[in-house]
Design a protein around this ligand. Structure first.
Ligand SMILES: Cc1ncc(COP(=O)(O)O)c(C=O)c1O
Length: 332
């Protein structure tokens, strides 16, 4: 064991509750809406954002056993699990979607996983889709020589993780009326909504196309809490074509947000949530006097600082419509 004891997550010194930052944004001010950024990206340099909240309860029970988990070639979750393995002295295995990747040089995300000691196992897409079936899982674990491993699902969203995300709602409790965040599996939203007090609501922005997430979130809450919890809804208009899809407009929107607020904006999830919020405020979706919090669930990879605002302001490119919502001229 090279790291700290796997039970001793506190030794990793997470910054909890995560900082809450009020930002001045003319698009919100004009509508009488207060904007807060819930900086979960600052919880821990390696277990960033919702990764800490979801992984910590799983790692606490690993008790020295190997942790096996799943993800795509650029998975934030795989990187966080690998980093946790290094920090806690746990052995980790990442089952990666796409057999064809096996013979190629590792991309920077997978190279980071490998450098953190994660053993990578590349599997074909058909097998990957069936990874939750008991016999498929058993054979994957056997092949990885990890039969007594703790298995954490893709995206880390098991009941322990969902319960771990309840603290996010509790931290925001009496402060924000509406809490917005990007959703992949929906596990973070399922937990967040359960932690919010009466009268406060969560707004999820799915980054995948398909409209299936509502059922998934209900199932996650059923497994984690035994039934539905909290007030939440989804707005399906902001996926920009699907997972990891982007548009020049979304890129410009994210660049513009970085310049305005000095926040490095992660593009796969966080940019879509922020874009949804700005669009909704411009549509008049929030009554005057509302406080909205946007959860910064991650950080760009590789890590980089937010750029300074260019002299003379932003070009017209930043005013292109990203995707979803009604188009509005923005002169702020
Ligand atoms: C940066 C970031 N934000 C949001 C999410 C979505 O989380 P969830 O899968 O719990 O919906 C993820 C994926 O885990 C992520 O990496």
């Amino acid at each position: 064991m090279t790291g700290t004891d796997s039970h001793d997550l506190a030794a990793l010194r997470p910054r909890l509750p995560s900082p809450l930052q009020e930002v001045a944004d003319a698009r919100f001010e004009r509508r009488g809406v207060r904007l807060l950024l819930k900086r979960d990206d600052l919880i821990h340099p390696d277990l960033v954002g919702n990764k800490w909240r979801k992984l910590a309860p799983n790692l606490a029970t690993a008790a020295g056993r190997t942790v096996v988990t799943f993800g795509g070639a650029y998975s934030n979750h795989l990187r966080a699990t690998a980093a946790a393995g290094r920090l806690l002295g746990l052995s980790t295995v990442g089952v990666v979607r796409g057999e064809e990747l096996a013979g190629r040089p590792l991309n920077p995300s997978l190279a980071r996983c490998a450098a953190d000691g994660m053993r990578l196992r590349f599997v074909d897409r058909a097998t990957y889709r069936r990874k939750a079936e008991p016999e498929v899982l058993a054979s994957l674990l056997r092949a990885a020589d990890a039969e007594d491993a703790v298995v954490v699902p893709e995206g880390g969203s098991n009941p322990a993780a969902v319960r771990g995300c309840r603290a996010l709602g509790e931290e925001l409790g009496g402060i924000a009326d509406v809490v917005a965040l990007a959703c992949g599996t929906g596990g973070t939203l399922a937990g967040l909504a359960a932690g919010l007090p009466e009268g406060r609501r969560a707004l999820g922005v799915p980054v995948l196309k398909g409209g299936f997430l509502g059922d998934d979130i209900r199932r996650l809450q059923e497994r984690a809490f035994g039934g539905p919890r909290g007030d939440w809804s989804l707005d399906d208009r902001f996926h920009c074509g699907g997972y990891a899809r982007t548009t020049p407009g979304l890129e410009s929107f994210a660049d513009d947000f970085e310049h305005r607020h000095g926040l490095p904006v992660e593009r796969v999830y966080v940019a879509k949530a922020l874009h949804a919020l700005v669009t909704l405020v411009q549509e008049g979706a929030f009554p005057r006097g509302t406080t909205v919090a946007a959860v910064v669930t991650g950080r760009p990879f590789p890590d980089r600082a937010a750029p300074e605002a260019p002299p003379g302001g932003l070009s017209d490119r930043s005013r292109r419509r990203p995707c979803g919502g009604r188009e509005r001229p923005d002169r702020s």
